[in-house]
Design a protein around this ligand. Structure first.
Ligand SMILES: Cc1cc2nc3c(=O)[nH]c(=O)nc-3n(C[C@H](O)[C@H](O)[C@H](O)COP(=O)(O)OP(=O)(O)OC[C@H]3O[C@@H](n4cnc5c(N)ncnc54)[C@H](O)[C@@H]3O)c2cc1C
Length: 552
């Protein structure tokens, strides 16, 4: 098999030669640089690469060309190579058009000409995009293969764990893939042992749980120190930010997550409003960068490790983990965010993981091709999920109780949804019942007038009813009536404060009613429920951690 390709497209022979020369100079060891002088020629090259089974990592195209424009080419290339990174080359005067085209062509970046010197203006961007592509890319014959039944909750749990932890794998549905049946037969695995995870060396784990998979993949699940300055529970945006600041400022920092780094944001197919990413950034890409940054700066990350309890003794916090082990720390940042509540409709529990998924649109989208799916909820997370699913599913219906998305979803998402022909809105509608045989096959909808309609549906993605994950915190950490953790200046206003807070000083901002225990992000009462605010609070919490440590 050839090296993965980088495709350069420009009708100006001089520009084409210059980009080709720069890219060859830097990337020829690992990539094959190919070029085309028009959009049409580029599309033919892309089809040829596909037919040969070659990988395409990046397309850089000029915008203004006779015939097919750069944005059209980039949009079409996405249908053939969805993972390839796409960059538009524009003249300075076309930057506005490039920005507008980001949504249409789903560009990853635009570069204005000229890009001299390439070491500053071209290579950092391309390096970054290729790193992201490499993290997702899995050569045909290599890597992990997961064999299982599409509607098995155990299979879903392993898929979700691998995807959440950014481990590329190939999914093989045993009911549809002859290769999968050959693979398990050769390994002597019977279908009741599924899911089975096959490694490159031919060995397999039968019906593993996420922890066994983590151990086999060489991920740390045990802490290396006896005492930490800072332990952060939850590796969503706020926990990751706290880990970056804690480690970079010399604190012995440990970050734990029960599932995978990234949190809710990690499950987002595209975050469009996070500062510094003009073309948007997928949750997995943001997580990949943040994890690399935190680890490079010296933070220790353990997954999947759940904190189940905390006791405090003379200022030291003893954390109990789900496997019974303990970790000791001087300060704790609770960054365990929120989770979706169980949907109350009949049948939902029975089919969770077998066609009903909570927020897992990115994990399951690719197996929804040609299916009919529904997204329950009208917030931005539901909107993003619907957009992502619409790339695979035949029909996506957003189900909401209200009569429109106007008050709950951002305008940019409503606009995108309105322009997507295979998404429709089921307003004034609720899911009353989910039915099927072994997996979801039908949903009974209750309409505003009380009528019940039963329709064929293959999968239900639930994006409603979030609740804070704060049950693991001790009683001394005050929470509001919904379970959100009260911090800083809000504490003195609470009737229980005088009984709980016994320090001569006031609680610091983000400090809970237990000294040295801080809360950041969505778990906090009054949180803004945004990636940026979670990141901001995680970063700020470390400043207060220092102040607290200086007092003790
Ligand atoms: C699909 C989706 C799309 C979104 N899109 C956007 C967007 O475009 N823009 C935007 O600004 N915001 C967006 N949001 C909101 C944003 O993602 C959240 O506000 C943000 O993730 C909150 O971060 P957090 O770190 O506080 O908590 P979370 O992201 O909830 O992370 C908490 C982490 O803690 C872990 N955890 C929980 N309990 C334990 C325990 N006991 N022990 C160890 N670990 C534990 C969880 O596994 C999780 O990884 C989106 C949310 C969703 C669900």
């Amino acid at each position: 098999m050839n090296k993965p390709a980088l495709l350069v497209v420009d009708d100006d022979p001089q520009v084409l030669a210059a980009v080709r020369r720069d890219l060859r100079g830097r990337y020829r060891e690992s990539y094959m640089v190919v070029s085309a002088a028009s959009g049409e020629e580029a599309l033919a090259t892309i089809r040829e690469l596909k037919a040969r089974g070659d990988a395409l990592a990046l397309v850089i195209s000029d915008q203004r060309m006779p015939g097919m424009q750069g944005t059209d080419l980039l949009a079409q290339s996405r249908d053939i190579y969805p993972q390839a990174r796409r960059v538009l080359l524009t003249a300075y005067s076309d930057v506005d058009a490039a920005i507008k085209a980001i949504n249409v062509a789903h560009l990853d970046h635009y570069l204005s000409k000229p890009w001299d010197p390439p070491e500053e203006c071209l290579f950092p961007v391309i390096d970054d995009l290729l790193d992201g592509w490499q993290a997702e890319y899995l050569p045909e014959a290599k890597g992990l293969r997961l064999v299982g039944h599409q509607w098995s909750p155990r299979s879903h749990a392993i898929k979700d764990f691998l995807a959440g932890n950014l481990v590329p794998y190939r999914w093989l549905d045993v009911d549809r893939s002859a290769d999968a049946r050959t693979l398990i037969a050769a390994a002597g695995i019977v279908t009741s042992d599924l899911p089975a995870l096959f490694f490159e060396d031919g060995s397999a784990l039968r019906n593993p749980d996420p922890r066994q998979v983590a151990e086999r993949l060489g991920k740390s699940v045990s802490a290396s120190l006896n005492l930490y300055d800072l332990v952060i529970a939850g590796a969503g945006p706020s926990g990751l930010a706290a880990a970056v600041y804690g480690a970079s400022e010399g604190l012995k920092t440990l970050l734990l997550d029960r599932h995978a780094p990234g949190g809710q944001a990690g499950s987002s197919s595209k975050i469009e409003n996070y500062l510094g990413f003009p073309a948007g950034v997928s949750g997995s890409e943001l997580t990949r960068r943040a994890v690399a940054q935190a680890q490079r700066l010296g933070a220790e990350l353990l997954v999947p490790v759940e904190v189940t309890g905390v006791s405090i003794d003379e200022g030291y916090k003893h954390l109990t983990l789900s496997d019974g082990r303990e970790i000791l720390t001087r300060t704790l940042v609770a960054a365990t965010g929120m989770e979706y509540r169980e949907h109350p409709a009949a049948g939902v529990n029975t089919f969770t993981g077998a066609g009903v998924y909570y927020g897992a649109a990115t994990t399951e989208a690719s197996v929804c091709s040609n299916q009919r799916v529904i997204v329950v909820g009208g917030g931005n997370s539901a909107g993003q999920a619907a957009m992502h699913l619409s790339r695979y599913a035949r029909d996506v219906q957003i189900v909401i109780r209200r009569d429109s998305l106007r008050d709950t979803m951002s305008r940019y998402l409503i606009d995108q949804i309105e322009k997507t022909p295979n998404i429709r809105l089921g307003a004034q509608t609720e899911v009353a019942r989910v039915e099927g045989n072994g997996h979801v096959e039908r949903v009974a909808f209750k309409r505003g007038d009380g009528a019940i309609d039963v329709e064929d549906v293959d999968a239900v993605f639930v994006f409603i009813g979030t609740r804070p994950r704060s049950d693991w915190l001790p009683d001394g950490v005050l929470r509001d009536d919904k379970g959100f953790v009260i911090t800083g200046r809000d504490l003195p206003a609470d009737g229980r404060y005088a009984r709980t807070w016994k320090q001569r000083r006031e609680p610091m901002a983000l400090e809970t009613s237990a000294p040295g225990v801080f809360a950041a992000g969505d778990i906090r009462a009054g949180a803004m429920n945004r990636v940026a605010s979670a990141v901001g609070e995680g970063s700020m919490a470390v400043r207060f951690v220092h102040e607290y440590l200086a007092l003790t």
